[in-house]
Design a protein around this ligand. Sequence first.
Ligand code: C2E
Ligand code: MG
Ligand code: MG
Length: 580
Amino acid sequence: MKILIAEDEPALRQNLQWLLEMEGYDVLVASDGNEALALARQNTPDLLITDVMMPHLDGFGLVQAMRTDMQLCTTPIIMLSAKADRSDIRAGMNVGADDYLTKPYQREELLTTLQSRLARSASLRLAQAHLHSAAAAGGGLDALTALPLKEAFEAQMAQVLQRSRENGRGCAVVCVGLHGFAKINESLGRPAGDTVLRETAQRLCALVQQLPFTHPPEHGFVGRLSGDLFLVCLADLEPDALIQRVQAILAAVTQPLEVNGQNLFLSACAGASEHQDSEIQHATLVGQAEAALYHAKPRGPGSWQLFDAAQSQQVVRRLRLNNALHRALDQGELRLFYQPQIRISDGALVGFEALLRWQHPELGWVSPGEFIPVAEESDVIIPIGEWVLRTAAAQAAQWVRSQGRDDFHVAVNLSVRQFAREDLPSLVRTVLHDTGLPPHVLELEVTESIALHSVTSTLGLMQGCKALGVQLSMDDFGTGYSSLSYLKRYPLDALKIDQGFVRNIPGDAGDVAITRAIIAMAHSFGMHVIAEGVEHREQLELLRQLGCEQFQGYLCSRPVPAPEAERFFAGYRPERASLA
Ligand code: C2E
Ligand code: MG
Ligand code: MG
């Protein structure tokens, strides 16, 4: 058994060392808190006896540092001090000491305390090893943070709930989401992101004084739900204490954090669900806390929300979609449909827009208008976007070969999240290379929301893509954060007039005026214009008069599977009923 002694008084230190060595312990000694911390990290002692007043780092600081260190947070600690006030003892216990003895110490008292702490720690370790292997066998531990993942968390929750029912005390689950974590990963790299997650995990553990895998958890415990989402179970909750606890959680995770010598200021939101009715299931609490988080998020950084059943239905669906989306790609539930784009002057085909379709096994067809925003909230938009790009490019390349022509394009919608990635041009280059698609046959559609990102980086990415020879268009123009000054600077080939304007022409004079203005402006910047959502002849006629070059819409065709889309290579002739 290895005992570490931290004591600045040489005679006392020596004395303690002899006493313990005579009892057969291995003893390490340090003369201040910093030295002790370094020794502890190197040697992982079985127990620490520490003085309170020491130079450099005092006993309180030492205990605190150990309690937030994943490796050392379960080491038993006995504080030994001449300060014998109740408040001193309380302070020692509050920072996480297991016991507090006063000087001059009694030999017997010290030895019994030491033995009982060591015995408790041994049984703790046993339980820990047991749970650890159970969790690892069930795949229940997160490799990065060593926290229980959802299933293991819920299993522990079951016990906490049981205890709450028995002792009539409250308990709650808090789901914490970091804001802007994806940006940290993208701008500083994954290792930095990992550091942020590990540090967040440690802060949360420190807050609930989690002894990893103690059984059953005393004050609560922490888990990792996914990506940047953490779970905190608050056990033995006093009535009305939840608000303060959630605020403490948010305060802890938003303390500045140093990564690679850079100070990061994180923000976070939380959702909470409190155990009230005795029938509630542990998994329900977790789901409700997560649902509440999705309600808090739109209110911005720092906000939190208690679960409210009435709000939850829509959120539950979003959650369900979010979970299912992670599998949709692997299970082949996603498909691309193609909507023809037609030149207004002569009905010739100019290209297709690739549009995602998702057939969920239980929910049926889910519209991209619903699931793309959900995908954009998590990292799943990245692999989905990449799949869309590859699939559409492969289809286009196949058409180039089978039709023997390359005077058309296939347009792919890019999410703003994809666009914010520095590696976008290299992804596009790889896809072009892998599929053998001539670059000018690929068109990338971006939306006005990219203007929210830094203009310089957006411009750089656009120019990077243009340099490869692909075409760029601005989708849904007129609905977003329009700024005419950026339009002039972006290397765009085309503007797409949003269907919101097209819908009401020619009847609505205001929308006619807007459509006319958009067309004139695009032309003055050297771009051509494509109108979306054209359903009626009258709309098409007016667009022709206003000088709009191209259109897409149900008037010609809905988005259809690739084999059906192929027939539009013959062009669009409105008089032919079969195509209209
Ligand atoms: P969008 O890019 O503006 O696509 C046009 C939408 O209008 C499509 O809806 C299309 O089916 C629909 N539409 C076409 N013609 C007509 C018409 O005549 N009348 C009416 N009422 N609607 C018409 P869809 O396919 O449901 O897609 C909705 C949105 O989802 C798209 O808007 C786009 O923002 C997003 N989206 C679709 N596929 C992808 C994708 O692969 N990646 C990304 N990032 N977003 C996608
Ligand atoms: Mg589009
Ligand atoms: Mg559009």
